[in-house]
Design a protein around this ligand. Structure first.
Ligand code: B12
Ligand code: SF4
Ligand code: SF4
Length: 378
């Protein structure tokens, strides 16, 4: 294709992207990125992503678009703002769900839009859409394309939109001209560091993801004891650093229908009802959202942690029932922790009674710790 046809194709791409609800489109060269490979490998080596099992092989693949499409010439990077305000009033004994997770799963929304762009490109070359479907360092390529810049919270910040954006890419062998990167940094700002409850952000543009709440509440194994109190009332995900980021705070409010809460969902879900969430209800309510991939037991476990952090005795009867009846030992273990945190006479009595009949060693361990903490008066 000559340069005039490429420019014309780029114009059509921008127009179609806008029609599909995308806010920005930029292009990066599809070359392997040594800086990103080194940064990724160092992060994996440090154990920053120990819960994800990423390794040097992943660093190699994610920093090189050729791993997705051999012969690739360009990475088309798109950003879609998802900032949607929690409009409803907060009921008692409720948790919080991140704005990224309460709508129809953003992966599906973005993939639908990206496949329309793929179809536009198809007559001119090969194109492969990606949104969490293949290893690619999405933020690093987005930064290289000029879509935005990477902040100390490690998220991509898009000028005029802030950090509450989803990213997607199309890797293609069409030689579209690359755009220029945005040269910007956080300077002296450290709002994200100050607001992060777990100290996951180091301030040098790296994160210890094993401490990030968004990681902790999607783990399938027990949440480490010292981190449970720091999770607060985040049932799924965490918006604190992205919302506190000045470019997000000063961006115009979007209120996108595509990212508004799905039917029956809210920013402030009822934690007591969630303690009783069974597989059928979970599928009906959450399967189509970005919090629908870990299963009902993980949400019940998270609800128990949030209730333990609210220290409200009104939750004790529901926790007591869950300690007796929940079929999943990990959930019962976290319920025991929550009862121990609340520490009321009824909570302690429920723990002591359950110790008489509980068979699972891990749950017995959690109950013993919870009772011990209360005997020490802690
Ligand atoms: C694993 C993962 C997580 C993990 C780890 C997060 C992390 N910081 O890496 C957990 C579960 C904690 C997580 C949380 C969130 N995530 Co997430 N996550 C991913 C996923 C699937 C892989 C990320 C990954 O490989 N990380 C490893 C790190 C080391 O690599 P990297 O971020 O890709 O690239 C880094 C290096 O290349 C380096 N780098 C390279 N060159 C340069 C140059 C300079 C100058 C600098 C400073 C850095 C730099 O900077 C990059 C950013 O740190 C991506 C999708 C994807 N495939 O990329 C989504 C993704 C990163 N997540 C996303 C979102 C929305 C979130 C949350 C905001 C959700 C929420 N509200 O709960 C939080 C934010 C937490 C945070 N502060 O990062 C978006 C980010 C959008 C954006 N604006 O940046 C992505 C891109 C998904 C998407 N398609 O939109 N996530
Ligand atoms: S998402 Fe929450 S826990 Fe994770 S780095 Fe940001 S503020 Fe910290
Ligand atoms: S809050 Fe401040 S330091 Fe953190 S990413 Fe945003 S601009 Fe950078």
């Amino acid at each position: 294709m000559d340069s005039q046809s490429l420019s014309e194709l780029r114009r059509r791409l921008d127009d179609e992207a806008a029609r599909c609800g995308m806010d920005r489109v930029r292009v990066a060269a599809a070359e392997a990125d040594a800086v990103t490979r080194v940064r990724l490998a160092a992060a994996f080596e440090r154990g920053d992503f120990a819960t994800w099992g990423f390794d040097a092989q992943r660093a190699l693949a994610a920093s090189d678009p050729q791993s997705i499409l051999p012969g690739a010439r360009a990475v088309i990077c798109v950003a879609v703002g998802y900032d949607t305000q929690p409009g409803d009033r907060r009921p008692p004994l409720s948790g919080r769900v991140s704005r990224y997770a309460w709508s129809r799963d953003y992966h599906r929304t973005l993939r639908d839009a990206l496949s329309r762009l793929e179809r536009l490109l198809e007559p001119y070359g090969r194109a492969r859409a990606v949104c969490d479907t293949a290893p690619i360092a999405e933020r690093a390529f987005a930064a290289r394309s000029g879509l935005g810049w990477i902040g100390k919270h490690t998220g991509l910040i898009v000028p005029g939109l802030g950090a509450e954006v989803f990213l997607g890419e199309i890797v293609t062998d069409i030689p579209l001209a690359p755009d220029a990167p945005v040269k910007k940094q956080c300077g002296a700002c450290r709002r994200c560091l100050d607001v992060c409850p777990t100290g996951a952000l180091r301030g040098d543009y790296t994160i210890d993801a094993t401490r990030c709440i968004a990681d902790l509440n999607q783990r399938v194994d027990p949440i480490p004891h010292p981190l449970r109190p720091l999770i607060g009332d985040w049932l799924w995900g965490c918006d604190l650093c992205t919302v506190a980021c000045p470019p997000s705070r000063y961006a115009p409010k979007l209120e996108r229908a595509a990212f508004a809460p799905a039917p029956g969902l809210t920013h402030y879900p009822d934690l007591v009802a969630l303690l009783r969430l069974h597989a059928g209800e979970f599928k009906r309510r959450y399967r189509g959202t970005a919090m629908g991939w870990r299963g009902a037991a993980v949400l019940r476990r998270n609800a128990a942690v949030c209730l333990g952090n609210q220290l409200d005795r009104a939750a004790v009867p529901a926790l007591e029932q869950a300690l007796r009846e929940d079929p999943h030992p990990m959930v019962r273990g976290h319920v025991a922790w929550a009862l121990g945190r609340i520490g009321s006479p009824r909570a302690i009595a429920a723990l002591a009674a359950r110790l008489e009949t509980e068979n699972a060693p891990d749950v017995r361990g959690e109950i013993t710790i919870a009772l011990g903490r209360n005997h020490r008066g802690g």
